[in-house]
Design a protein around this ligand. Structure first.
Ligand SMILES: Nc1ccn([C@@H]2O[C@H](COP(=O)(O)OP(=O)(O)OP(=O)(O)O)[C@@H](O)[C@H]2O)c(=O)n1
Ligand SMILES: C[C@](O)(CO)[C@H](O)COP(=O)(O)O
Length: 239
């Protein structure tokens, strides 16, 4: 009886952004956070997790910061050039994986700017999706009432929040299916802001996997102190 290969789980970390909204003296993934840089915290999540087979890091072609990091990769690490938008960077990362691993393996795309992802949420995502026919994303239900703004800056409408969720990362799909869906979306100039949008565009319905709201994306200066709090809490309580 032929032994079926257990699919691997590979991380793609888009880290080629400039951090315009942060307005710092360097790209936000290289800002100091809890004794390291944002990117080092994020990479460590996947380096230390035993179920992650390897990592593809996507950095800007003119990145001058990565070489100075203290990176100890204990599993395969590929470093590739990013692109104009996040979706282009992700596709570049998927392209490298397609040359090295089985297209039926799982890929987890996770923003470098999300260093507070917990091991508990990562395990929950892997456990929930490893046999799923489509894949899915970490997300959390919207808690606040949502308002649509009019051109005058006034409330144009209140949006029903009943079924609204906030998409996080990792976003986890079969490598071949995601690469094909993302390439097709970009070929149609459909510049998606997350991987699930490309899968939806291809007619799939990814699963929403509830995760902790601590999985913030560091975007503006105020996010750094919140991230530092979450990371310090994780070190003392383990979650
Ligand atoms: N061309 C790009 C743009 C973004 N990213 C990455 O995608 C993640 C989420 O993007 P975002 O938070 O928008 O980061 P930036 O694009 O750097 O932020 P800004 O929009 O404020 O410039 C980040 O880890 C960022 O480094 C990327 O790899 N390639
Ligand atoms: C992928 C993402 O983090 C899910 O919420 C988000 O879409 C990234 O958007 P950004 O504008 O590239 O930060």
């Amino acid at each position: 009886m032929t032994k079926t290969k257990t699919p691997g789980f590979w991380a793609v970390i888009p880290a080629a952004g400039v951090g315009r909204r942060m307005g710092a003296d360097r790209p936000k993934q290289y800002l100091p956070l809890a004794g390291r840089t944002v990117l080092e915290h994020t990479l460590d999540i996947f380096f230390r997790h035993p179920r992650i087979s390897g990592v593809v890091l996507v950095i800007s072609a003119d990145d001058g910061w990565f070489k100075d990091l203290d990176i100890k990769a204990n599993k395969p690490l590929w470093v590739v050039d990013g692109g104009t938008e996040r979706c282009h960077s992700v596709l570049n990362g998927l392209g490298v994986l397609m040359n090295h691993v089985d297209s039926q393996d799982w890929v987890l795309v996770h923003d470098a700017a999300r260093p507070c992802l917990s091991d508990e949420d990562l395990d929950h995502l892997l456990d929930t999706l490893h046999n799923d026919p489509v894949g899915g994303i970490l997300a959390t239900p919207v808690r606040d009432t949502k308002k649509r703004a009019g051109p005058d800056g006034r409330i144009a409408a209140t949006v029903d929040r009943g079924a609204m969720w906030r998409a996080f990362t990792p976003q986890m799909f079969r490598l071949g299916a995601l690469e094909q869906a993302l390439a097709q979306a970009l070929a149609e100039d459909f510049l998606v802001t997350d991987e699930a949008s490309a899968m939806e565009h291809a007619g799939q319905a990814p699963l929403l996997v509830e995760g902790s709201a601590r999985n913030i994306k560091i975007t503006q200066p105020e996010d750094l102190s919140l991230a530092a709090f979450y990371l310090s809490r994780q070190q003392t309580t383990g979650h």
